[in-house]
Design a protein around this ligand. Structure first.
Ligand SMILES: C[S@@+](CC[C@H](N)C(=O)[O-])C[C@H]1O[C@@H](n2cnc3c(N)ncnc32)[C@H](O)[C@@H]1O
Ligand SMILES: Nc1nc2[nH]cc(C(=O)O)c2c(=O)[nH]1
Ligand code: SF4
Ligand SMILES: [Mg+2]
Length: 217
């Protein structure tokens, strides 16, 4: 069983398939506590969750007839049954939003490997100490590393990490503002100052299409 706090169809607001229709399954609970988390409600011990079987989730995904499936949370890799779910969604394009602290090895080597959008948590999140940098070696050109930046310190650290782990040639790289905390124009200016070829800025589309606090979109 998997602990589901919400499931919905929307456009993906983030990542390499931003703008495309996607099915979202959001799981309860997280092992981190980022200062800016926009879904902290899903991580509360008393968040209302429905224990749902792999079979029920697969049936629902098939019934809505949308090929992109985004597994998110909370932290989806905390769900014990995430591997059977990914395996059962073999006819879909499965993307996992994950927080950079969880080992990806168990899912990186399976037959229908999902696509990873992995955050590297920067100093402003308060969670950088938990980053598992061994994960970088498992990423490929379909995957993404996302840096959610809120300050100059975050921008500088992101540039340092990209350089240290040679991420540009490995996967997609996104800089996304902590919503409302930093001017997107400053991020572009920083990219220009540092000649960050191969890095993309990305704004969370759904927060412009709908109210930023709206759930289920
Ligand atoms: C809510 S998290 C769930 C998946 C996983 N726990 C993680 O952190 O990647 C999904 C994405 O939203 C981003 N996010 C959360 N709060 C945000 C905010 N206030 N502004 C911009 N992005 C945010 C996270 O950094 C992550 O990339
Ligand atoms: N529309 C929409 N796209 C998203 N892409 C990643 C999301 C997430 O919360 O992980 C998300 C989300 O919450 N909504
Ligand atoms: S890791 Fe993701 S879900 Fe967990 S607190 Fe951070 S942003 Fe929120
Ligand atoms: Mg979200």
């Amino acid at each position: 069983m998997l602990e589901v706090v919400e499931r919905f169809v929307s456009i993906n607001g983030e990542g390499a398939h931003a703008g495309e229709l996607a099915v979202f399954i959001r799981f309860k609970g997280c092992n981190l506590c980022c200062s800016y988390c926009d879904t902290a409600w899903a991580n509360e011990p008393d968040a209302k969750a429905s224990p749902t079987s792999v079979e029920e989730l697969v049936r629902w995904v098939k019934s809505v007839n949308v090929r992109n499936v985004t597994l998110t949370g909370g932290e989806p890799l905390l769900q014990k049954d995430i591997e059977p779910l990914v395996a059962a969604l073999k006819d879909c394009r499965v993307e996992i939003e994950t927080n950079g602290s969880m080992p990806l090895s168990r899912l990186a080597e399976i037959e229908h490997r999902p696509v990873f959008t992995m955050d590297y948590k920067l100093p402003g999140s308060g969670m950088e100490n938990y980053m598992n940098t061994a994960n970088f070696a498992l990423l490929n050109s379909h995957d993404s590393v996302k840096f959610v930046v809120g300050s100059e310190e975050d921008l500088n650290r992101a540039a340092e990490i990209i350089d240290r782990f040679k991420l540009i040639d490995r996967c997609h790289i996104y800089f996304s503002p902590v919503f409302g905390k930093i001017e997107p124009a400053r991020i572009v200016e920083f990219m220009t100052e540092r000649n960050l070829n191969g890095v993309r800025i990305q704004l969370q589309l759904h927060k412009f299409i709908w109210s930023p606090e709206k759930r289920g979109v």
